[in-house]
Design a protein around this ligand. Structure first.
Ligand code: ATP
Length: 246
């Protein structure tokens, strides 16, 4: 017997659009998923980062509706910071404080915790990741992979229901990617991972293919990632870099 899907889902987008400078960057995006690991694949300029920011509640959809765990993440920012976390490609865009413990504690302060509780929470997070010795490390002296891990710990410390990953592994070497992926999977957090790299999404539960601001296909990763790779290889044989958006 076919199971009827409930009207709500942990990740729900209905007819979402977004325009920049009068140009439609995203349109007609409808997505509803209760999968634990959701992937979005798309090439450069397909609208991935814009979609990540919309789902994290940093931009307002127009038109359309976004609900994460039933929270309107743009309008209800107090609820949103407990609901969705986001990791960006460049940790420099995320890091504010000079030391690791201050950086991780900052998110907890945002949740309303006292200075002492936030520091204790940050130390607990470091211990959970086996990095208690990083406590007073100056962030500027860390490697790129280590900075990524600090950002990851900072976001996970806030225990979001959904973690949006906006290509956080781009530019990292294979061992670093493997270690960060392992830490993320071990966290047990629902992931929505946006990438142009099929390697990031192998083994995900459900993948959406974003193409020129629209969802072109969705399904389990095996076939969809193969179709995506074939299409990227076909496009790569031509010269569509010449084309300027207007
Ligand atoms: N501030 C802006 N002003 C004008 N156009 C923009 C701006 N930001 C994004 N765009 C355009 O919106 C489209 C989608 O951008 P977005 O960054 O969401 O794509 P992306 O898939 O994340 O790209 P990439 O993989 O290259 O980071 C692109 O065509 C881009 O040129």
């Amino acid at each position: 017997m076919e199971t009827v899907k409930p009207a709500t889902a942990p990740v729900l987008l209905e007819n979402v659009g977004y325009r920049i400078g009068g140009i439609a960057v995203l349109s007609g995006i409808s997505l509803r998923s209760d999968a634990m690991r959701i992937g979005v694949i798309g090439r450069n300029g397909s609208g991935k980062s814009t979609l990540a920011r919309l789902i994290a509640g940093l931009l307002e959809p127009e038109p359309g509706r976004i609900r994460i765990e039933e929270v309107d993440v743009f309008k209800d920012r107090r609820a949103a910071i407990r609901t969705v976390g986001i990791l960006f490609q460049n940790p420099e865009h995320q890091i504010i404080f000079p030391t690791v413990v201050e950086e991780i504690g900052f998110g907890l302060r945002q949740l309303g915790q006292s200075k002492q509780d936030a520091e204790a929470g940050a130390l607990a997070m470091l211990a959970e990741f086996g990095k208690a010795h990083w406590k007073d490390a100056p962030i500027h002296a860390l490697s790129q992979g280590q900075k990524h891990l600090v950002c990851m710990m900072s976001v996970l410390a806030m225990r979001p229901r959904l973690l949006v990953l906006d290509e956080p592994f781009a530019g990292l070497d294979i061992p670093t990617r493997m270690q960060l992926t392992r830490q993320l999977n071990a966290s047990g957090t629902r992931l929505l991972h946006i990438s142009h790299d099929t390697r990031d999404l192998e083994g995900y539960d459900q993948v959406y293919w974003l193409d020129e601001g629209k969802i072109r296909a969705s399904g389990p990763p095996a076939q969809l990632l193969r179709d995506f790779t074939n299409e990227m290889t076909r496009i790569g044989g031509g010269d569509d870099l010449s084309h300027l958006a207007s």
